[in-house]
Structure formats: C-alpha cells, structure tokens
Design a binder for this molecule. Sequence first.
Ligand code: HEC
Length: 130
Amino acid sequence: MQQRSTHWRLILLSALVVFVIMLHTGQIALAGDQEAGAQLYQQRCASCHGKDGKGNTPIAQALNPKPRDHTEGAYMNALSKDHLTKVIKNGGSAVGLSPLMPPQADLNAEQIRQLVTFVRSLAVPAYKSN
Ligand code: HEC
C-alpha cells in the first residue's frame, strides 16, 4: 500500500515537472515574438497606425481610407493569419486594400510572423486561436 502511493506520487510529480517546463518554454517563445514584433511595429507601423495601434496619428488623419484600428477586435479577430501575413508582407494592394498600406518586402518570414503576433495582441476583445 505504502509503496503504491509513493509510485503514484512520483508519476504525478514527473507529469507536473514536464507540464511546467512546457508551459515555461512555450510562454518564453510567445513573449519573445510579441516583443520583437512590438519593436518592428514601433519602427515601421506606428507612424500611421499609432504606437497603440489605434490609428490616431496626424498621418492617419490625412489618409483615405484610414489605417485600420488594430485594437478593434470585432474586425481584426476575423482576419486569418494568412491574410495578415500577406497584407503586412505584400502591402494593401496585394489583398485589394489601399496601396497606402506599404509592403515590407525586406523583412523575413520570422519578422513578419512577429508582426502578426504583435498585431494580434492589440485586439480588444483578445484574439482566441481555435
Ligand atoms: C503609410 C501608412 C502605413 C504604414 C506605415 C503602415 N500601414 Fe497598415 N494600413 C495603412 C492603411 C491606409 C490601411 C487601410 C487599408 C484599407 O483599409 O484599404 C492599413 C491597413 C492595415 C491592416 C489591416 C488589413 C485589413 O485587412 O483590414 C493591417 C493588419 C496593417 N495595416 C498592418 C500594418 C503593419 C504591421 C505595418 C508595419 C509593418 C503597417 N501596417 C504599416 C497604412 C499604413
């Protein structure tokens, strides 16, 4: 009896350790992407979309159509990852939107993915993957 419960405790403990390690590494990867994306966003996107993604910049006021408000979850969360990847990499005209949304042809796939992760993080209500 005594031996059996020790056995189970060991199994549970190992499972917990594995779980915590997975959670930890997963979170670090996610936070890293989001942070790298935030930096690129401040450099390349904030002039039009605003630091907060709401598009309340002087440049935005002059544009027609206006840069999309990235915090508008009701709209943004319905966009697929493929669409976001394409519009950021190839620009608005690649998806039938305004050509004033510029392409980022010099960025690699990882940097585009980081930007997508950051843009996703701005949405209210929060984006839920499924
Ligand atoms: C020169 C101004 C400008 C810059 C810089 C800019 N955008 Fe945009 N962006 C726009 C405009 C204008 C639109 C709206 C296009 C439309 O609705 O036709 C837009 C739309 C978008 C959309 C919404 C697409 C959709 O389906 O509605 C995303 C996502 C986006 N931009 C991401 C970015 C990211 C990420 C960057 C930085 C790498 C960036 N933009 C830089 C002007 C800009």
